[in-house]
Design a protein around this ligand. Structure first.
Ligand SMILES: C[S@@+](CC[C@H](N)C(=O)[O-])C[C@H]1O[C@@H](n2cnc3c(N)ncnc32)[C@H](O)[C@@H]1O
Length: 231
């Protein structure tokens, strides 16, 4: 998975960091967690706020660069981040809240195993929040080429949407450096996410178009679904 790592962090790190505290606060306002697992936590931009607010939080992340970045920045919380893909991490305990923020599913075609494992990590009556790209939003607002100004340069994305699969060619132009990375992301509609969650005892409680708590609409660019574990 070379799409995430040092280059991604250099390009998007400070932009994403600038929104992290507000996003983490929205999660707390929505779900008031006492314990929380952040699935695909990246370099822990939300995890560090959850921990600093006294929440008994852990993160799981498969990208070694992100994990070592978190450990170097917060040595006091080094054991709070676990290296691995969520479906391969043993359920070592349960949490009242499990979150997947900023599209951490769809990268490896194992979404059923991911939901199965997420469900094992959540307490009975606990909550699972999934915040991700919305397939129906992509279909409606499809944009083939996209330039973005990032730290130290530009990123150009060129996308093809084949069914629910988004194929992207990403060019990083950072200072004098020029790198090209290809990626594939499987996108989900709200119905897809519900279909994946329901067999694992997760019932939809609320659906938003963002962490802000705005109501969901079919073509929203993003979706934020909150499930409760019922069995
Ligand atoms: C777009 S990033 C978002 C990271 C973080 N949640 C944030 O908001 O900054 C998606 C993350 O999901 C992670 N990821 C991908 N597949 C995963 C899996 N099977 N289990 C856990 N994390 C995964 C990636 O390594 C990446 O860090």
């Amino acid at each position: 998975m070379d799409y995430f790592g040092e280059l991604y962090y250099r390009a998007f790190g400070s932009k994403l960091e600038s929104r992290a505290e507000a996003e983490a606060r929205k999660v707390v306002e929505l779900l008031n967690p006492r314990s929380l697992l952040d699935v695909g936590c990246g370099w822990g931009r939300h995890l560090r706020y959850f921990l600093s607010w006294g929440i008994d939080a852990y993160g799981v992340e498969p990208e070694p660069y992100f994990v070592s970045t978190f450990k170097a920045a917060y040595p006091q919380w080094a054991e709070r981040i676990i290296l691995g893909r969520i479906q391969e991490v043993k359920p070592f305990r349960t949490f009242d809240t499990v979150v997947s923020l900023w599209t951490s599913i769809g990268w490896d075609d194992e979404e059923d195993a991911i939901f199965a494992r997420i469900s094992e990590f959540v307490d009975k009556d606990g909550y699972v929040l999934v915040e991700t790209d919305n397939l129906d939003g992509w279909r409606t607002h499809f944009c083939r080429r996209w330039w973005e100004k990032v730290d130290n340069g530009f990123v150009l994305d060129q996308h093809k949407l084949k069914g629910s699969r988004l194929h992207s060619r990403r060019e990083f132009i950072l200072g004098g450096e020029h790198r090209v990375i290809e990626r594939q992301l499987k996108l989900f509609s709200l119905e897809d996410i519900i279909r994946l969650a329901t067999p694992h005892g997760l019932e939809l409680r609320k659906a938003f178009s963002s962490l802000d708590g705005q109501p969901f609409y079919q073509n929203a660019p993003r979706l934020c679904a909150v499930f409760q574990k019922v069995t």
